[in-house]
Design a binder for this molecule. Structure first.
Ligand code: ADP
Ligand code: MG
Length: 220
């Protein structure tokens, strides 16, 4: 069943989103006053355990729309690699990892960035230390899955496709396929992009269970 929801929630505060106080404090401490529409709408659904497709223009706070609920959930049952975030570029990977580190500072969150241009062996060592969050570009992550038999993503709880439109239906396809076959079937899928396109709609059809869809049309 798909739930399409384009009605904007009117909630104005981080405290209206079922976030724990320590996460809200963390948001305030880095100067965030109120959640953006994509955060207001998607965070409660993600915390409820729903799959989510969220679209809003660049700069509208999509990273924290998935990072805040993931870090909160992770605190309830921290173990191994908890979430995999795929993104199309190295720069975006570092930016996303930075935002996770800031939010997870109090709980000593371990993130690992897996992108091209870095030493494979050193990266493999970092991955073997069981970070909570892996932020990766598809090519390099697929290389690790193919070359290292002990590296596994079979227990992740969350898969995030950041800039999903750019990851799908193009030259990343082979690598994405390699990665998807390494993931557990039971997981929460969070897809974020600037717009909802046909490719994203096709992907929606491949997810079992409910999918909450939010498109911030006011900002497009
Ligand atoms: P997007 O992925 O939608 O392009 P980002 O997640 O990269 O946007 O966020 C863009 C900027 O907005 C970042 O500097 C981030 O820290 C900031 N930001 C995120 N959420 C909020 C908020 N609720 N209030 C103010 N700034 C925010
Ligand atoms: Mg982004």
């Amino acid at each position: 069943m798909f739930i399409e929801d384009n009605n904007m929630e009117n909630k104005q505060n981080f405290s209206d989103l079922n976030l724990k106080n320590w996460i809200i404090k963390q948001c305030h401490s880095i100067g965030l006053k109120n959640p953006t529409p994509i955060q207001t709408n998607c965070i409660p659904k993600i915390l409820e355990g729903q799959n989510c497709i969220g679209a809003a223009k660049t700069g509208s706070g999509k990273t924290l729309a998935f990072a805040l609920p993931i870090v909160q959930k992770l605190c309830e049952e921290p173990y191994g690699i908890y979430a995999l975030i795929l993104t199309p570029t190295r720069e975006l990977a570092y930016q996303i990892a930075d935002q996770f580190s800031i939010i997870g500072k109090a709980m000593n969150l371990k993130t690992c960035v897996v992108v091209g241009g870095m030493d494979m062996i050193e990266q493999g060592k970092q991955l073997s230390k069981n970070p909570h969050i892996v932020v990766a570009t598809p090519g390099r992550l697929a290389d690790h899955l193919e070359s290292c038999k002990t590296f596994t993503l079979s227990k992740i709880k969350f898969l995030v496709l950041d800039e999903a439109d750019r990851l799908l239906g193009g030259h990343f396809d082979g690598q994405i396929k390699t990665i998807f076959t390494a993931l557990p079937k039971s997981r929460q899928n969070l897809f974020f992009s600037a717009t909802i396109t046909d490719t994203l709609n096709i992907l929606k059809g491949t997810i079992g269970g409910k999918v909450f869809i939010f498109e911030d049309k006011s900002q497009v």
